[in-house]
Design a protein around this ligand. Structure first.
Ligand code: SAM
Length: 319
């Protein structure tokens, strides 16, 4: 996954003149805070250097994860053409950039963000939409009517106290005219937060568009957990700031897309990397009956093998 050229160019402009040593220090501090899911009452993106480090080291990965989740959403609802979006905890506007890239129909976005530093960076990037409104402040105070076609909450639940998550999901669902997408890091803790949100949304009458092909309880149990992966190209600056040499990274993520409208039904979703041998392909499937299981598709089975042989982690098995 590559960033759109206009976003890449805007990021490069934003990073001009910043000392690599400062960027590397801020990137390191940021990774440590994210990894430990620190909640000390301070925002992670509290100053200008941290905000710029986010652009280099985290934005490409969150953009790729949100794009993958939005693609799965659009696959379930090919007729969905959002005109308005609300991006809660927008950071530099990553999720809105991903939505704008996917849907030409998108005209207006409201982005709510508490950190002045990352809000300013986001404003500089210049989203390619007709109307963009940035709202300063805390989510519970800044969110208000009217409802938006698409509501996005990407990599934010992990920064909130446990008691604040459910009221926020409830508030965002009330502000959702059509579809709400929540994305979290693909860790066991991120999965548990998504399960909590999913349970609430199903209870509120939402249709789950993706990734689950059913609305029964999640069939996975710890130490197993549901997550997906997307490969992200690393820029030269990213490699230099993080001291890495590999030109890509795999971003693990988990999400739920909930809608007021039903989507196309899928038979199953592939929830682990496909395992291929000479004679068969084995897919771990979350199925529409609410169960998860490994299924072996033997080459000699002909049609059923051909139907799945190109599927991989994250794909749906069509009905
Ligand atoms: C990890 S960043 C994700 C940014 C963006 N959604 C993305 O996917 O790249 C989380 C963002 O949520 C913001 N945030 C956290 N708690 C917030 C709150 N209570 N109100 C508003 N923004 C908040 C942070 O300042 C930060 O910019």
């Amino acid at each position: 996954m590559q960033l759109p050229p206009s976003l890449r160019a805007a990021i490069e402009r934003e990073l001009e003149g910043i000392a690599l040593a400062d960027l590397a220090r801020a990137a390191d501090a940021l990774s440590q805070r994210y990894r430990a899911e620190v909640q000390d009452g301070r925002l992670h993106l509290s100053d200008e250097v941290a905000a710029r480090a986010y652009l280099t080291t985290r934005l490409p990965a969150t953009f790729a994860a949100v794009s993958a989740a939005l693609n799965a959403t659009a696959e379930a609802r090919p007729d969905f053409a959002p005109r308005t979006a609300l991006d809660a905890g927008a950071g530099p506007g990553t999720a809105t950039w991903a939505a704008a890239q996917l849907w030409d129909s998108l005209e207006e976005a409201t982005l709510v963000e508490a950190s002045p530093a990352i809000r300013q960076v986001g404003e500089h990037l210049g989203l390619p939409l007709a109307r963009v409104r940035w709202l300063a402040g805390d989510l519970d105070a800044a969110l208000s009517d009217p409802a938006s076609d698409l509501v996005l909450l990407a990599y934010v639940l992990d920064e909130l106290p446990a008691a604040a998550r459910r009221p926020l999901v409830k508030q965002l669902w009330q502000l959702t005219a059509d579809t709400l997408l929540i994305v979290e890091p693909g860790t066991p803790a991120g999965w548990r937060r998504i399960i909590e949100a999913r349970d609430f949304l199903i209870g509120a009458g939402a249709h789950i568009l993706a990734p689950c092909p059913h609305t029964r309880p999640c069939p996975l149990a710890a130490p197993d957990w549901c997550h997906f992966s997307t490969r992200v190209a690393r820029s030269r600056l990213h490699r230099e700031a993080k001291g890495g040499t590999v030109p890509w990274e795999d971003e693990k993520f988990i999400y739920v897309a909930a809608s007021r409208h039903a989507g196309a039904r899928a038979e199953a979703r592939v929830i682990a990397p496909a395992r291929a041998s000479k004679a068969a392909v084995t897919l771990k499937l979350c199925q529409e009956d609410g169960y998860a299981a490994d299924r072996v598709f033997a080459k000699r089975a002909g049609d059923s093998f051909r139907a799945v042989r190109r599927l991989d982690w994250g794909d749906i098995v069509r009905k």
